[in-house]
Design a protein around this ligand. Structure first.
Ligand SMILES: Nc1ncnc2c1ncn2[C@@H]1O[C@H](COP(=O)(O)OP(=O)(O)OP(=O)(O)O)[C@@H](O)[C@H]1O
Ligand SMILES: [Mg+2]
Length: 284
């Protein structure tokens, strides 16, 4: 079977519904210094199904963060359309929650109060339900017993667990993760990947996950999208047909390595092409 042709890994396949739809999404930055618009993302077309886990890989500076920021509503698009559940994304909303690379916890609030913070701000869930959900999520991410601890008392991995619980506390339709584990050591990172999948399996939230780490993308996702070098375009999409639940065996399987190699070649090609373009620009 050709890599990328299977849809086996996709959950809810029979009744799949589009959650996020991007059509011709183009994003420019205005660069004051050059008095010119700079094209960062160019014509992204993608549908993400409800409950699907999609990873985006691509060389540094290719527009991954720019794109996910547009989905979160903090970055305006300059062309095309971007809809969530059929509604145009015009700004941030309670239906999306973001997890960043650096845990952005409030240092003066306990773990429990940090997790409750988003839900309290939004007032979407009642006080009791928010509290119940916060307690459940803290246990789900493996921090039971640390409810009263402060962020400074936690390791990097634990802080990212709190971040994840906080993002889920508002019960979002879509979880947006921009290199959430990039600052963690290799062992903690693998552990966090296992935990994230466990949480995702239980919560069934659609997930869009950005990473530089090919293994991480293959391990987590139903589908991996490779962005081209700047400006970001979709270079390739690969369906990850590895069975779930995934664990140690998944990482060691031949199929895992096959998909990893394929993605590696695709990204390598892109990095080389970008380097050549830069050299040509320098020589001109
Ligand atoms: N506020 C800004 N103003 C002008 N240009 C910007 C701005 N933010 C990002 N860019 C440029 O847009 C391009 C895409 O940036 P972006 O941060 O989306 O890349 P990325 O793929 O997330 O990179 P990385 O993998 O390093 O995080 C880059 O070339 C960057 O220099
Ligand atoms: Mg980025």
């Amino acid at each position: 079977m050709d890599v990328g042709s299977s849809t086996e890994g996709l959950r809810n396949n029979a009744v799949s519904r589009v959650n996020l739809r991007a059509r011709g999404v183009t994003i420019h930055y205005w660069v004051e210094r050059a008095n010119a618009a700079f094209l960062a993302v160019d014509g992204i077309d993608v549908d993400i199904q409800e409950g699907e886990f999609v990873a985006i890989l691509g060389p540094s500076g290719c527009g991954k963060t720019t794109f996910i920021n547009a989905v979160s509503g903090t970055q305006a698009i300059s062309g095309g359309s971007l809809t969530l559940d059929g509604k145009s994304i015009e700004g941030p909303g309670p239906d999306r929650a973001m997890v960043f690379q650096q845990a952005s916890l409030l240092p003066w609030r306990s773990v429990r109060d940090n997790v409750l913070f988003g839900a309290q701000m939004q007032r979407r869930l009642g006080r009791e339900e928010s509290a119940r959900r916060a307690d459940h999520l803290i246990k789900l991410v493996g921090l039971g017993g640390f409810e009263k601890a402060y962020p400074s008392e936690l390791s990097g991995g634990m802080q990212q667990r709190v971040n994840l619980a906080r993002a889920l506390a508002t019960n979002p339709r879509m979880l947006l993760l921009d290199e959430p584990f990039a600052a963690l050591d290799a062992q903690t990172r693998e552990l966090m990947q296992d935990e994230l999948l466990r949480v995702w399996e239980e919560e069934k939230t659609t997930a869009l996950f950005i990473t530089h780490d090919i293994k991480e993308a293959v391990f987590l996702a139903d589908r991996v999208i490779v962005f081209s070098a700047r400006p970001g375009r979709i270079k390739r999409e690969v369906q990850v047909d590895l069975p779930r639940p995934r664990g140690r065996e998944t990482r060691r399987s031949d199929r895992f390595r096959e998909i990893e190699d394929l993605l590696h070649d695709s990204i390598q090609e892109e990095v080389l092409a970008a380097a050549k373009r830069e050299l040509a620009r320098g020589a001109a």
